[in-house]
Design a protein around this ligand. Sequence first.
Ligand SMILES: *Cc1c(COP(=O)(O)O)cnc(C)c1O
Length: 217
Amino acid sequence: MSLADITDRLRAAERAAGRPEGSVRLIAVSKIQPLERVEAVLEEGHRLFGENRVQEAAGKWPDFRDRFEGIELHLIGPLQTNKARQAFDLFDAIHSVDRPKLAKTIARLAQEEGRCPDLFIQVNTGEEEQKAGVLPGDADAFIAECRGMDLPVRGLMCIPPVEEEPTLHFALLKKIAERNGLEGLSMGMSGDFEKAVMQGATHVRVGSAIFGARDYG
Ligand SMILES: *Cc1c(COP(=O)(O)O)cnc(C)c1O
């Protein structure tokens, strides 16, 4: 696989879903990947990337940003409140807002800095014990709470349980978004992004299918 293959598949999925070409944004998830693979994708012209750790992102993206114009970086992994300021400085969007304490910290930083990354609220659609995200039953109240703090909530994000049919989870996320008047849907990864597009994803997060398998060595 490669960036060109995945882009082709994404455009085909948009067509199959009857959606306008280019309506789904491809977040190339570069976590753990060797710098030369990331650089190759930058050289191909791609500019939207996702990372799941603040520290790791801080180690590579300032340099890439010096060398390539127009990079947009999204945080897709869990965020500790003590890393929120650093995340604020590094990321254009945060997809993992999932609890009041974090929302309050972000609101305070937004006040201080007079700007805020785009925010997505993570929903634990599978209600998995070990997984981050607000429970589906608490989502409406949490979305309202974030809006009450004037946070720029753009949409919702989910990571379906590995052994389950993702379509049901994507459909649930869309339902929660619709009833709350939210447009953004960050859902779909290497193994299921076409299904996510069928269910209305606006952002797909694709790592290994673009860059190759991650070597956690
Ligand atoms: C790693 C990661 C991805 C990308 O996973 P792939 O299966 O490599 O496409 C997507 N979303 C999140 C939240 C991730 O942590």
